[in-house]
Design a protein around this ligand. Structure first.
Ligand SMILES: [Zn+2]
Length: 273
């Protein structure tokens, strides 16, 4: 059994914390119901529901579609809220079974070789069903992704996040968990059934255990689900004070760090912001 003291010690030594990010990219295009490829700029503000509904109405799956040659448009720097809105729009499209992105052509790939400007950092779980680019309807070059089973963030992950924020200019970090997360489930089993884990697997679940214990105190009907949501909230909270660069940008309003949870059943992401 792992004691609370051991858990807190592991936490203090920097064993855990996950994060998400986003990046700027091409103006998205959509497929119309007539099968024509059209490029529709999603320039409207996220709060412009009418514009979003119009785009969603025209979306259909890309199955059988020919690749669309990318036309590069230098993306403007966006605010944290604009970045968050873009992720919400992308997930709305994906969860309805659509996709607005097209595979990048050779010209776009060559452009990206010169540099990247991701509009968000995504700190997610390694789970094969939660690919950030797909669930947020994003293309190459748009998301800076840090993934570890359980959506935790160690020192290497933290360094990756700081790099994306400080050097690539990403204005948003999203810590993304998901329903039925096996890593969190293992942490729940360690805490409640005293499952014996060793070595690397134990190191994987240790950063999650404080969230399990915290969730346990509320006596939730579904401890695993409560722990999943607590884990991403705790991770986001720790990130806000984990590094001076991140803290300074947060204070200046040039960065936002939020938590979120992806529902495997509905394909929808619920943000805590
Ligand atoms: Zn997971």
């Amino acid at each position: 059994m792992v004691s609370r003291r051991l858990l807190l010690g592991a936490l203090a030594s920097g064993l855990a914390v996950p994060v998400l990010a986003w990046a700027e990219g091409d103006t998205p295009s959509v497929l119309t119901r007539k099968g024509r490829r059209t490029r529709r700029a999603l320039k409207s503000h996220p709060s412009d529901k009418a514009a979003l509904d119009k785009v969603l109405a025209e979306v259909k799956p890309l199955e059988g579609a020919e690749p669309v040659e990318a036309v590069h448009v230098e993306p403007p720097r966006v605010s944290p809220d604009e970045a968050l809105g873009r992720l919400k729009q992308g997930n709305a499209i994906f969860s309805r079974g659509g996709a607005s992105i097209a595979l990048p052509g050779a010209a776009r790939i060559a452009e990206m070789a010169a540099g990247q400007k991701p509009f968000a950092v995504i700190v997610g779980c390694s789970d094969s069903r939660v690919g950030p680019e797909l669930i947020f309807d994003c293309n190459l070059g748009e998301l800076f992704v840090v993934r570890v089973a359980g959506s935790t963030v160690g020192q290497e992950g933290l360094g990756s996040i700081v790099y994306a924020v400080e050097h690539l200019g990403a204005p948003l970090v999203v810590v993304l968990g998901h329903t039925k997360c096996g890593a969190v489930g293992a942490a729940v089993d360690v805490a409640t059934k005293h499952i014996d884990l060793h070595g690397a697997l134990l190191n994987m679940v240790l950063p999650i255990l404080p969230a399990v214990l915290e969730a346990q105190e509320r006596h939730p009907a579904d401890l695993q689900d409560a722990a999943i949501r607590q884990n991403v909230r705790d991770t986001a909270a720790r990130l806000k004070v984990a590094d001076g660069v991140l803290a300074a940008k947060l204070a200046e309003g040039r960065l936002k760090i939020v938590s979120a949870c992806y529902d495997l059943s509905t394909a929808q992401v619920a943000f805590d912001a």
